[in-house]
Ligand binder design. Structure first.
Ligand code: ATP
Length: 234
């Protein structure tokens, strides 16, 4: 579904992604783990069309996303949940969700999806008239996820959904991610919480200073001594 080949991204003289290749098959949860500054966010932003690579290609269902406007990429079925939640703080919960569907013309479908999001996140329904800035961190993360779902993506890009959340909420977010996947959405999950990420993913990639250092079935990577030592606390 998603195929990335020999991607090179620079910020001025900083070579942030070095010959990165990665594939995501339809129906999978693929995780990309790596330390701070490894280039994980850069990769997601490149897929979403927010950064133009120096070389290499990103293909979604056989179409190149390089130089495709970000808006068109959303229309094609790719949505990103940015790191740090980034909800529209002064807008209500419901307005934030509606923003997620701003490119859609099917009013009935949007209404149905709003109901689907509310049934998945009852907290958001209870707070739908409240401004998003007053939500707790966990609720804002759920809102960011709900907003991305309102675009009805076929590929969902998640940037560190567990960041800053209490362990109980991390569990909850991960079980929701699994449900979203089971309902038919393919997922590329960027995480520093390697333990949780490897436990729900089919396949995994390890990014170190801009380069893919390991890849394979998530269960195998979770057993690898090198990965254990570097990312799973021994
Ligand atoms: P984190 O988990 O801390 O967000 P990350 O793996 O997502 O890290 P990136 O944010 O992709 O890493 O950053 C990769 C590298 O590129 C880092 O060295 C970072 O300092 C650099 N970088 C990121 N954005 C910019 C920018 N706009 N200008 C210059 N350098 C940047």
């Amino acid at each position: 579904m998603l195929m990335i080949r020999d991607l090179n991204v620079y910020y001025g003289v900083i070579h942030a992604l070095k010959n990165v290749s990665l594939t995501v098959d339809q129906g999978d949860i693929v995780t990309l783990i790596g330390a701070n500054g490894a280039g994980k966010t850069t990769l997601l932003r490149t897929i979403s069309g927010l950064i133009t690579p120096r070389s290499g290609d990103v293909q979604f269902e056989g179409r190149s996303l390089v130089k495709t406007p970000a808006k068109e990429i959303v229309r094609m079925g790719v949505s990103q949940v940015p790191e740090g939640r980034r909800v529209f703080a002064t807008m209500t919960v419901e307005e934030n969700l509606e923003m997620g569907a701003y490119l859609r013309k099917d009013k009935d479908g949007v209404q149905k999806d709003l109901e689907m999001v509310y049934s998945r996140f009852p907290r958001l329904q209870e707070r739908r008239r409240q401004s998003a800035g007053t939500l707790s961190g966990g609720e804002q993360q759920m809102l960011a996820l709900g907003r991305a779902l309102m675009a009805r993506p076929r590929l969902l890009l998640l940037d560190e959904p567990s960041m800053g959340l209490a362990p109980i909420l991390v569990q909850e977010i991960f079980s929701i991610i699994r449900e979203i996947n089971q309902a038919g959405t393919t997922i590329l999950l960027v995480e520093q919480n390697a333990h949780m990420a490897l436990s729900i993913a089919n396949r995994a990639y390890v990014l170190e200073t801009g380069q893919i250092k390991h890849s394979g079935p998530a269960a195998e990577l979770a057993q690898s001594d090198e990965v254990k030592k570097a990312y799973l606390g021994g």
